[in-house]
Every structure is written in structure tokens, then in C-alpha cells.
Design a protein around this ligand. Structure first.
Ligand SMILES: NC(=O)c1ccc[n+]([C@@H]2O[C@H](COP(=O)([O-])OP(=O)(O)OC[C@H]3O[C@@H](n4cnc5c(N)ncnc54)[C@H](O)[C@@H]3O)[C@@H](O)[C@H]2O)c1
Length: 317
């Protein structure tokens, strides 16, 4: 990554900011773009102390701005998105504009500017709730939410732009990412919500019976997969699962969060099942292993333990 000129969209967000820090630590020259819809400047505090980092407030729906930013860029990591599944059900048009049209803008600008590599943050939401487990890249996609549909369309554009224009594109399908800087709002990942509830002395509430499972992937593994993809020579036009490859049910995970946080007297509560939620999610990561030599260094529990340390340091518990 030394000396590579990189654009990270969604740079002030959870995954984007972790990626920015990793790229800078490897000697890259990074431009971060974010419209601050869901980003936080505090996520970029470390990056902004680095002379190789520039932040620009802007929107992926603004094609001219993208064209300007991509002058002299080697790699684009496209992390910016309308990221909430429940909100995509409330605002499908906005989700479509940002996640499909915004991605098309990225591809068109990258093509005009001869960008070497475009890596796109897709999602396991494209698989929907089909019974086949683990989910592998060749299976039929069946997204439930507008968010999942938009990610499927954006992925298809990446593959198409490789086929018809020879653009070096790769989509990474992330499975339930968690870790430092993830927001604990109603619309974020369950681990971030539960850790914050538990430290406020409140019971975590699982929507449904808690038997649903997820392949929680620690953000450091996702960042590493992105770096490997950015430097790879064999991933043009490919779509790869990026997961831990080890699912855990929500009851077990939530009990671990309660136990490890050391808060006494808390217990799991259950609420109604949410529309658009998937019951089981588990990723087959053999293609990423074959093409990138990727395997996860963390599972849900070891990732949570590291996240807990970060959380306690940050909030002084
Ligand atoms: N967190 C997960 O579990 C997960 C799982 C699968 C895929 N993903 C994908 O990974 C990427 C990063 O997600 P995240 O969890 O860091 O979410 P996030 O919401 O923290 O980050 C997304 C960032 O994009 C920015 N953004 C939104 N609309 C924009 C626009 N129009 N122009 C410019 N910036 C815009 C937001 O302000 C935010 O900072 C997204 O594409 C998301 O869909 C995340």
C-alpha cells in the first residue's frame, strides 16, 4: 500500500474509518469522502493527524465531485451507503439513489479516470432467507429488503463493468460486521446495541426467539480482506463472501455479552420479529481463501472480547 493513492467513500463511517486508519498505517495516501448522513468526524481523529490524509465532505450522488476526486487515484474503496435494512423499508427511493445510482457514479467516474481497482462493500443481505447454508457465491440470490435488492443491483453493475469495459472491480459481501466505532443506534448492528444497553444497566432485547444465527465478522478481518483485495491480481469481476465462517445464535452471543461485561442482574428479553430480518446467516469463505488467502482471525466471541476492551477504555468503565 506504500504510496498508493486511495479514495475511501463512507470514510467517516464505522468500516470506512477503520479501513482509512489501516491504509494510512501502511503508507497509503488517502482521500476520505463522506456526506455525514451517518458518519462521525470523531472516527477520523487519528486519520486527520496524518499528513497523508485528506477529508472531503461530499455525496456519491454528485458525479462531478467524484470525477474531480478520482483524478490520480489508484484504488477506490466504495463503503458509502444507505446502510440500514429497516430504514430502507421506510425510504426505498433514497436507498436506491445512494446505493445503486451512487455506485453507478463511482463506476463511471472510475472508468473515465482509469482507476486501477474498485472494491465495493456489498452485503450478505443479497442472499435473503433461503434455507441453504452456508451461503456460497454461486447460489441464487433472494434479497428481502430494498437494501438487499440495492446491494444486488450494485454488485451486478460491478460485474457488468468488468465484462463490458474491463474495469477491475470486486464486490465483497460482508456478513454482520461489528467492532469499534459501530454506532449503537436503533438501526445498527446488534452487538453495538447490546453492549451499550448492558453498560446502561438495561436488559438486551432480542427480536424473535433468539435462535436466529449470524456469522459475526470482526471489523479487523473485513479491513484485512479489503487490503488483500485492493492488492490482488486475480479478483477482477469477482464477488466474494467475507465472513468469519462460524455462525453463533443470538441467545448464546447475548448471554456472553451480559456475562463478560460483568454487569449483574441483567437478562435477555424478547420482542416481536422484525420485518425483513433473516433467520440464519452463515458464509462460505472458501472462494476468499482461494483467491485472497483470506481467513478470519477472530470469531464472534474473541472479536467481542477485543471490542469490549476498546469500549471500556473509551467510556472509562
Ligand atoms: N456493518 C455491517 O455489518 C455491514 C454488513 C454488510 C455490508 N456493509 C456495508 O459496508 C459499508 C460500510 O458500512 P458501515 O457499517 O460502516 O456503515 P456506516 O453507516 O457507519 O458507514 C456508511 C457511511 O456512508 C456515508 N454515506 C451515506 N450516504 C452517503 C452518500 N450519499 N454520499 C457519501 N457518503 C454517504 C455515511 O455518512 C456513513 O459515514 C456499507 O456499504 C454497508 O452497506 C456493512
Amino acid at each position: 500500500m506504500e504510496g498508493k493513492r486511495i479514495l475511501v467513500t463512507g470514510a467517516a463511517g464505522f468500516i470506512g474509518s477503520n479501513l482509512v486508519d489501516s491504509l494510512l498505517s501502511q503508507g497509503a495516501i488517502v482521500t476520505g469522502l463522506d456526506n455525514m448522513f451517518n458518519g462521525r468526524m470523531e472516527n477520523l481523529e487519528m486519520a486527520q493527524r496524518n499528513k497523508n490524509f485528506t477529508f472531503t465532505k461530499g455525496d456519491v450522488r454528485d458525479y462531478d465531485h467524484l470525477l474531480y476526486l478520482m483524478k490520480d487515484i489508484d484504488i477506490v474503496y466504495h463503503e458509502a451507503a444507505f446502510t440500514s435494512v429497516p430504514q430502507s423499508i421506510l425510504m426505498p427511493k433514497l436507498c436506491n439513489d445512494v446505493n445503486i445510482s451512487g455506485t453507478l457514479n463511482i463506476l463511471n467516474a472510475a472508468r473515465l479516470r482509469d482507476v486501477e481497482k474498485i472494491v465495493f462493500a456489498s452485503s450478505s443481505a443479497v442472499y435473503g432467507d433461503t434455507p441453504t447454508l452456508p451461503k456460497h457465491e454461486k447460489m441464487r440470490l433472494d434479497p428481502i429488503s430494498p437494501y438487499g435488492v440495492a446491494k444486488q443491483a450494485a454488485e451486478a453493475y460491478l460485474v457488468s463493468y468488468n465484462r463490458v469495459y474491463g474495469l477491475n472491480t470486486t464486490a465483497l459481501r460482508y456478513f454482520n460486521v461489528f467492532g469499534p466505532r459501530q454506532k449503537d443506534s436503533t438501526y445498527s448492528g446488534v452487538i453495538a446495541i447490546f453492549i451499550s444497553r448492558v453498560f446502561e444497566g438495561k436488559n438486551p432485547i432480542i427480536f424473535g426467539d433468539g435462535k436466529q444465527s449470524r456469522d459475526f465478522t470482526y471489523v479487523k478481518d473485513v479491513v484485512r480482506a479489503n487490503v488483500l483485495t485492493g492488492l490482488s491480481k486475480n479478483t477482477a469481476g469477482k464477488v466474494l463472501n467475507i465472513a468469519a465462517g462460524k455462525p453463533i445464535d443470538l441467545n448464546t452471543l447475548t448471554q456472553t455479552i451480559i456475562d463478560e461485561s460483568g454487569r449483574k442482574g441483567l437478562s435477555i428479553e424478547h420482542g416481536p420479529v422484525r420485518k425483513g430480518d433473516i433467520v440464519h446467516s452463515f458464509g462460505d469463505i472458501s472462494l476468499a481463501k482461494e483467491l485472497l488467502n483470506y481467513s478470519a482471525e477472530y470469531d464472534a466471541i474473541s472479536g467481542f472480547q477485543e471490542y469490549l476492551k476498546f469500549y471500556k477504555d473509551k467510556y472509562g468503565f
